[in-house]
Design a protein around this ligand. Structure first.
Ligand code: FAD
Ligand code: NAI
Length: 471
């Protein structure tokens, strides 16, 4: 690549972080190239993460509901059968439609797309080993690292994506396993446990911490979630650590130990899902060629404007700091292009929602009760159960609640936590409120349509400083 051919921006990685930055840069009139090695755009999220997992969650829920939750609604169905191959095909159709959609958006916005693996040759040049063979090089005035993350392996238990699977294997099993063991009761563990449990597996989740949902989930909500998922048939071993695994026999075996020390136990299953987190991915990137170092957790080190110590090389998404979430990557992607083009950008890290797409869904934004306690911040709590919400009662889906935390003096919202039907959609209102620095009373005085689940949201806000009407 010559200097005359230099692009305004070269992006390594075509996941949510990379592809959104590419489109935004195209819209801003920049000459932009995006290098992606997978063969399709959209990264983990569209290919093996958010999208395929939500397809399976949606359709396995429908199957489970038809099997177990229609008779009392006055709908009698007979001969319900699972066609797993078709369920997987429906998932593949959604994935293909969306990844091709991104390719179309690249064309529309004049983004050059190179299929291959990018490696730093020097501070301005990326060498690309093309997927179809051969090599090329691109030069960029600015370079964006958006190489994402990969599964953290479990030491001593090799992932074969058949019997010992990561989330990638868990979204593509060819048969419903009789017994499934999940190492890690975080978001991936619980979403995948839901899918296979609904389809007929006996699923046991082993979680090191005393609570499921990962450390970010409010403890009260996590307890309520565990109770509901248990009712659905999942078995939980919390406060329990998987110490080793063995897949040499017919069944995969796990040695588990009480986290606080206690009697070890051996568990067996047909399939084991390793869901103990993800780690930044910088393989083959050649960071050593330009002297860029990683922190102790393998993350690319950046400043508040996403610059590495080489200022024209920036980095966003899973491969750097912050929660590993698609919408966080997307926000950063827009902001980083704005920084390059205009010198300013904006992401509010205190206001990034989290959603777990189980049934019911769990969603939150802002701080949890345990966060506030730890920080010594005073708070008031308002809760409202869906069992007292007219729409939830009408739909016969009354599990869950809305919980709001607000400053006792100013009434400003500090955190919002929801477990309930459509919590993932409802949290958008909470996120907007938090972003605008709303008080609980601001929400309570906003008219909400009746009958909607969102009325539970309004009433929890009322309960924060006064009393809810319907509970
Ligand atoms: P990635 O999506 O990982 O993309 C990075 C891309 O870079 C990859 O495609 C990779 O092939 C490419 N690449 C890497 N190195 C090179 C190189 N040297 N040259 C060329 N290309 C390279 N998040 C949510 O917000 N909601 C969800 O519901 C959700 N569900 C998930 C479910 C699962 C099972 C998993 C695993 C993750 C889920 N996530 C979810 C997380 C989400 O997928 C990530 O946060 C998101 O994909 C991060 O985007 P990214 O662009 O930073 O990285
Ligand atoms: P996670 O970090 O959420 O959870 C991993 C869990 O495994 C933790 O609770 C941890 O205590 C436990 N653990 C670790 N070692 C263990 C051991 N030896 N024995 C027992 N338990 C052990 O990671 P997860 O679920 O793999 O997800 C990775 C990332 O993917 C998440 O951080 C999330 O950002 C993203 N994701 C987001 C989704 C969403 O937004 N709906 C869906 C799926 C993934």
């Amino acid at each position: 690549a010559t200097e005359a051919e230099e692009k305004d921006l070269v992006i390594i990685g075509g996941g949510v972080a990379g592809y959104v930055a590419a489109i935004k840069a195209g819209q801003e009139g920049m000459k932009v190239t995006c290098i992606e090695k997978r063969g399709t755009l959209g990264g983990t999220c569209l290919n093996v993460g958010c999208i395929p997992s939500k397809s399976l969650l949606n359709n396995s829920h429908l199957y489970h509901q038809v099997l177990h939750d229609t008779k009392h609604r006055g709908i009698e169905v007979g001969d319900v059968k699972l066609n797993l191959a078709q369920l997987m095909k429906a998932k593949d159709t959604s994935v293909a439609g969306l990844t091709k959609g991104v390719e179309f958006l690249f064309k529309k916005n004049g983004v050059e797309y190179i299929k291959g693996t990018g490696t730093f040759q020097d501070e301005h040049t990326i060498k690309v080993a093309l997927n179809d063979g051969g090599e090329t090089a691109v030069r960029g005035k600015n370079i964006l690292i958006a190489t994402g993350s990969e599964v953290s392996p479990f030491p001593g238990l090799e992932i074969d994506e058949k019997r010992v699977v990561s989330s990638t294997g868990a979204i593509a099993l060819e048969k419903v396993p009789e017994k499934m063991l999940v190492i890690g009761g975080g978001i991936i563990g619980l979403e995948m446990a839901s899918v296979w449990s609904r389809l007929g597996s006996q699923v046991t989740v082993v979680e090191f911490l005393d609570q499921i949902g990962g450390p970010g989930m409010d403890t009260e909500i996590a307890k309520a979630t565990q109770k509901i998922l248990k009712k659905q048939g999942m078995i939980f071993k919390t406060g329990t650590k998987v110490v080793s695994g063995d897949k040499s026999g017919e069944k995969v075996k796990l040695e588990v130990d009480s986290a606080k020390g206690g009697k070890p136990e051996t568990l067996e299953a047909d399939v084991v899902l390793v869901a103990i987190g993800r780690r930044p991915y910088t393989g083959n990137l050649g960071l050593e060629n330009i002297g860029l170092e990683l922190d102790e957790r393998g993350r690319v080190i950046i400043d508040s404007e996403y610059r590495t110590k080489i200022p024209h090389i920036r980095c966003v998404g899973d491969v750097t700091f912050g929660p590993m979430l698609a919408h966080k990557a997307e926000e950063e992607a827009v902001a980083v292009v704005e920084y390059i083009k205009k010198g300013y950008g904006h992401v509010n890290y205190g206001c990034i929602p989290s959603v777990m797409y189980t049934f019911p869904e769990v969603a939150w934004v802002g701080q949890s009760e345990q966060d506030l306690k730890k920080a010594g911040v005073k708070y008031r709590i308002g809760t409202f159960p869906f069992s007292a919400n007219s729409r939830a009662k009408t739909n016969l889906d009354t599990d869950g609640m809305v919980k709001m935390l607000a400053d006792p003096e100013t009434d400003r919202l500090l955190g919002i936590h929801i477990i309930g039907p459509n919590a993932g959609e409802m949290i958008a209102e909470g996120t907007l409120a938090l972003e605008y620095g709303a008080s609980a009373e601001d929400i309570a005085r906003t008219c909400h349509a009746h009958p909607t689940l969102a009325e539970a949201f309004k009433e929890a806000a009322m309960a924060t400083y006064s009393k809810a009407i319907h509970f």
